[in-house]
Design a protein around this ligand. Structure first.
Ligand code: GCB
Length: 599
């Protein structure tokens, strides 16, 4: 499924703005056909935004169930004779969508796009009513999982992950038009020959055309100056680029592939696909980009900010990337779900390396009972995470790779964060999912993120992972405050993992820190402790060759559900939620750039 574009043959109309909105905790709106007319008793709600923090009302913030959104839009007159599509970049966590009185689509999963061909239901020049019932409930068959319980004050959502269950329409919505015969998919895979200075780039492409018209395809590859550097005929082939400028970390050089459907001399459709020529390979304990060892510096991030919650926001996007540049980060992980398309586009352009993660987070009841004092239940069982859940997970992997496969910035797929991984049941659940991801993309390594509860020697999934990704909190959740003991324990465990002859990325290490809290004795929660904690971790990483990356948890403070050990959210950010640096940010900048001046 390709993103909407404005090209010589395509046009899109954004439906972002203020929509009508109404909560529906009992699901009454479906039977009452709220889609069949103007939404009664509606209040205004911005799209994109999480609805939770827009209104100062706990009922809105903690709402469980459906949230109805409605808008109307005029279909451009000029779209007569075109194929017209309605697209949501995401709706969290699932949605049913109507055009006027007709249901046009349903989608499960809160972080990937969905769309419907609505040509037959709309008349160019006329207005249409668009209604979406967005549901935010989490259960054992959703990603991420959760449980809805009846409480004294109505239904309450609990979940097993450490970020607030923001919901709503988080990303843009479009009506767009394409020709009736159109490019429906493009896959590019890149490679190169030759040494630095005289590289010949190879761009294999595969274009899928849908519709009844001409299926003839022509492709043109342009460099960043707009010069055509290669052309090809046919729906698939390989283009050769003399003296190719490679995409590399810190150098987001992009070519642009134009895929044209042609009918003789006539242009039927045109779609533009950016291309970064680069390779990714795991060899022994090395992670190679363009054949050169790469060391990840950066963060696990979140899509999270005040007021908007998880909504995409260009100002925040650009600001966050400026901060990544300032601090010397060359990478981040899209913890713990696929981010907005715009984020990967920008990472491609900025030469920032991305570990792309599914929304499989919290599949671990051990963490819940061990750390959060919840009753012990089995993670994988017919009543909890089961075969149906696995199919949902498989679909999430399919949608992630289908959406993101052409981004040069993405070098590694993470199919889950901290699932149970020491049991036979976890192995049974995950083995086919690793196989699926590897089958869908043979060009990138695949991994998952291991939790402390499955230390070295106990993990039953590591053998399927091309890269070992570890989240460890020695000195914080264990050996709290005792950095000397923590250092010994951490080094001992890491030496074990290093014996597997795979690259190791530390995908999380961090300490909650209240900005402005200080102590001479570096006590937990102070800025001094966060710095000392990071220094200790860095000593450990620097002593182990197989460690090829360090991503601090987290880039910035973020909102969570209410828990006794969260103070207005998780405070492990190097930056505060409004992106002010803590002392740790300066420490990281020194380590990653060598710079210590304040600007
Ligand atoms: C983890 C999780 C992350 C949490 C973090 C923490 O291991 O992957 O989602 O926020 O720990 O701060 O506890």
């Amino acid at each position: 499924m390709l993103r909407p574009q404005d090209t010589a043959t395509r046009e899109r109309r954004s439906l972002t703005g203020i929509w009508d909105f109404r909560l529906d905790g009992t699901g009454a709106g479906h039977d009452a056909r709220w889609f069949a007319g103007p939404l009664a008793d509606a209040r205004p709600m911005p799209v994109p935004a999480s609805f939770n923090d827009i209104v100062p009302d706990v009922e809105v913030k903690n709402h469980v169930g459906d949230a109805w959104y409605q808008t109307s839009a005029r279909v451009p007159r000029g779209w007569a004779g075109e194929r017209i599509v309605l697209r949501f970049d995401s709706a969290t966590h699932r949605a049913v969508v109507w055009i006027n009185d007709t249901e046009v689509m349903r989608h499960e999963g809160g972080y990937t796009p969905f769309e419907a061909d609505v040509t037959e239901l709309v008349t160019p020049g006329d207005e249409v009513r668009i209604t979406a019932a967005v549901n935010n409930e989490l259960n054992f068959q959703s990603l991420p999982p959760g449980v809805v319980q009846e409480g004294p004050r109505g239904r309450k959502q609990t979940y097993f992950h450490d970020f607030f269950n923001y919901a709503g329409i988080h990303r843009p919505v479009y009506l767009y038009a394409t020709p009736t015969t159109y490019v429906s998919d493009i896959t590019v895979v890149t490679d190169f020959d030759g040494a630095a200075g005289a590289r010949t780039g190879k761009v294999s492409y595969d274009v899928v055309v849908s519709g009844d018209g001409s299926q003839d395809v022509r492709v043109l590859l342009r460099d960043a100056d707009g010069e055509v550097v290669a052309t090809g005929d046919g729906a698939s082939g390989e283009l050769t680029v003399q003296d190719a400028h490679l995409w590399a970390p810190g150098d987001g050089y992009l070519y642009e592939l134009e895929a044209q459907v042609v009918d003789g001399d006539a242009l039927v459709d045109s779609y533009l696909q950016t291309v970064g020529i680069r390779t990714v390979e795991v060899r022994g304990t090395q992670f190679l980009i363009n054949g050169e060892p790469f060391y990840f510096t950066g963060f696990g991030k979140h899509e999270d900010q005040a007021v908007r919650g998880k909504a995409h926001d260009d100002a925040m996007l650009v600001h966050d990337f400026e901060l990544l540049d300032w601090i010397g980060a060359n990478s981040f992980r899209t913890s713990h779900y696929p981010y907005a398309d715009e984020v990967y586009d920008y990472a491609d352009r900025q030469g920032i390396v991305v570990i792309d993660e599914t929304s499989a987070v919290g599949q671990n009841m051990g963490v819940m009972s061990g750390m959060m004092g919840m009753p012990a239940i089995e993670t994988f069982s017919p009543e909890t995470i089961n075969d149906e859940s696995r199919e949902v997970h498989a679909q999430a992997i399919r949608e992630l790779i289908a959406r993101d496969k052409n981004h040069p910035s993405i070098v590694l797929w993470s199919i889950a964060n901290e699932p149970e991984s020491a049991s036979d049941a976890s192995r049974e659940y995950f083995e086919p999912l690793f196989a699926l991801a590897k089958e869908l993309d043979t060009t990138r390594p695949v991994g998952f993120v291991n939790v402390m509860l499955s230390p070295f020697g106990t993990c039953k999934l590591a053998e399927f992972s091309d890269v070992i990704m570890l989240n460890r909190y020695y000195g914080w959740y264990v050996d709290t405050g005792d950095l000397e003991v923590a250092e010994e324990h951490w080094r001992a465990e890491l030496q074990g993992w290093a014996s597997l002859d795979k690259p190791i990325i530390i995908t999380e290490y961090g300490a909650d820190t209240v900005a402005g809290l200080h102590s001479t004795t570096a006590d937990p929660w102070t800025e001094e402790f966060q710095s000392a904690y990071l220094d200790m971790n860095h000593r450990v990483f620097d002593s182990i060759d197989a460690v090829v990356g360090e991503q601090v948890w987290n880039f910035a403070d973020f909102q969570t559900s209410q828990m006794v050990f969260r103070v207005d959210g998780n405070k492990k950010g190097a930056f505060t939620r409004d992106r002010r640096p803590k002392a740790a940010a300066h420490l990281l900048r020194k380590r990653w750039t060598g710079k210590s001046d304040p600007s």
